[in-house]
Design a protein around this ligand. Structure first.
Ligand SMILES: [Fe+2]
Length: 467
């Protein structure tokens, strides 16, 4: 077996370190042991590692100094922070949140089993990559499974794709909490078996476990990056698959939170949206496919991301990297809504009481607070989340910023967001909505006219006939 990764264990507890080392080496990890902070920094400077298990109590460069060193010099390193008692942190005036700001991914109280720490590191390293799935070469029989509905997520059977290997266990739902596992992870993918369920049993959805959602996202990202600029898949299918992928991504962020893998997959989705736009020689046809899609709250995130990237493409200050930031901002701009009470989140803004509106208006701030714990997320994404409801004339929220004081990328998202809101509310075609949008004087003073021009250009540059 090939050596998978190397880790550093920085701890003075010899017995615990020996146990950990033995456990990781069993899985072909290369393990470096250090018993003080200085040696730890030297080990990190000399070699690229994928993770560190850092104990709070190490001395001679404290663990906090090591964290600061890591944050600057190796920010992608996965840090598992161990301590015997959380109260130790409080004693030096630190909280869990402070550690997260310093780049700590997980905090584990000792004593614990090496297996728990191993799982935390593995979750980040390999199983989230679809091509690391072990192939069995067989196709096992169906199997009944009794598990709560809450453990599953679904995908329409029309937008279901797999490679030659089944990447995650695939289920159909019989009734509440009752499923049949129709294909097993690692088995040869059997399309005929799925077709049988679609054609004979009218199965509309296939299910997978929520814990496998990141695998699905990883696989679809790779698949979509390959189909751009090929005729293997129609533009309509590509648009619909990208939308489904974005929906699942938003679900993953909402329920599972952010980690470095999730951030990377988000960037890959933005690349794929970019690819979708680049391929579209007929923008009108592409926009019409959006009308056929069922757009719910998560679907709006896809569209905001799509139109933000479309605007970004027309702006000379937007580099390839900032297109990703715009796209991520578009996907995550409303993440703060998850913290709103259900009765407000599920209500139309126009139907809210004044008091409810004030609570609703806290969602940009709530979003930033939620993202604060993820130091690996680019800072501009947080600024976009915070300012996406600010308006040029100062009529926006939360800080009633005006003109130049608003972060430029937030202005782009603001246009895309307002446009998509109207698109969803009026159910008119994107071109009709755009026409109304630019004729509405009240709206015109709220948005940057240069950006609006770029937005218009994004509609016509790919297809001269659209106007
Ligand atoms: Fe919003």
């Amino acid at each position: 077996m090939i050596c998978m990764a190397s880790i550093v264990i920085a701890d003075t507890d010899k017995e615990w370190v020996a146990k950990l080392k033995e456990y990781f080496e069993k899985y072909q990890y290369e393990v470096s042991l250090v018993d003080n902070g200085k040696k730890c920094q030297i080990a990190l400077a000399n070699k690229k590692h994928s993770a560190i298990i850092l104990d709070f109590s190490i001395k001679d460069h404290s663990s906090i100094s090591v964290l600061k060193y890591i944050k600057i010099n190796c920010p992608s390193l996965r840090v598992i922070f161990t301590l015997t008692n959380l109260a130790e942190l409080e004693e030096i005036g630190l909280s869990k949140s402070d550690l997260k700001h310093l780049g700590v991914y997980d905090i584990v109280e000792k004593p614990t089993e090496p297996e728990q720490i191993f799982k935390l590191i593995e979750l980040y390293n390999n199983p989230t990559l679809w091509n690391k799935i072990e192939r069995t070469g067989e196709t096992k029989n169906e199997e009944n499974v009794d598990e709560p509905d809450d453990n599953f997520d679904k995908i329409s059977s029309k937008t279901f794709f797999s490679g030659n290997t089944t990447i995650y266990d695939i289920y159909i739902r019989l009734k509440q909490d009752k499923y049949v596992k129709v294909l097993h992870r690692g088995d040869v993918f059997d399309q005929q078996r799925l077709d049988k369920y679609i054609n004979e049993k009218n199965v509309e959805f296939f299910y997978f476990k929520k814990e496998d959602r990141i695998l699905y996202i990883n696989f679809m990202n790779k698949l979509l990056s390959k189909v751009t600029n090929t005729e293997k898949i129609s533009q309509k299918s590509q648009a619909s698959l990208t939308k489904t992928l974005t929906d699942k991504y938003i679900n993953e962020v909402f329920t599972g939170g952010m980690n470095p893998r999730v951030v990377e997959e988000g960037k890959a989705i933005c690349e794929n949206i970019h690819g979708l736009l680049a391929r579209s020689d007929d923008m009108k046809k592409l926009l019409d496919t959006f009308l056929e899609m069922e757009i719910d709250e998560e679907g709006q995130s896809f569209l905001v991301s799509f139109f933000s990237i479309a605007i970004g493409k027309e702006l000379n200050w937007v580099t390839e990297r900032s297109v990703q930031t715009l796209g991520m901002g578009g996907m995550l701009h409303d993440i703060g809504k998850i913290k709103l009470p259900d009765n407000i989140r599920n209500k139309k803004f126009s139907e809210m009481t004044d008091e409810e509106k004030e609570i609703y208006k806290t969602h940009p701030q709530l979003g930033v607070e939620l993202l604060q714990d993820f130091p690996f997320l680019p800072e501009p994404v947080r600024q976009i989340v915070l300012q996406h409801h600010e308006r040029l004339d100062g009529s926006g929220y939360p800080h009633r910023l005006t003109g130049m004081k608003i972060f430029p990328m937030a202005k782009v998202i603001a246009i895309a967001d307002e446009f998509v809101n109207q698109l969803v509310e009026t159910k008119m075609s994107p071109v009709e909505v755009l026409n109304q949008f630019i004729r509405n004087e009240e709206l015109m003073i709220q948005f940057d006219s240069n950006l609006l021009r770029s937005f218009l250009k994004s509609f016509i540059s790919n297809n001269k006939k659209i106007a």
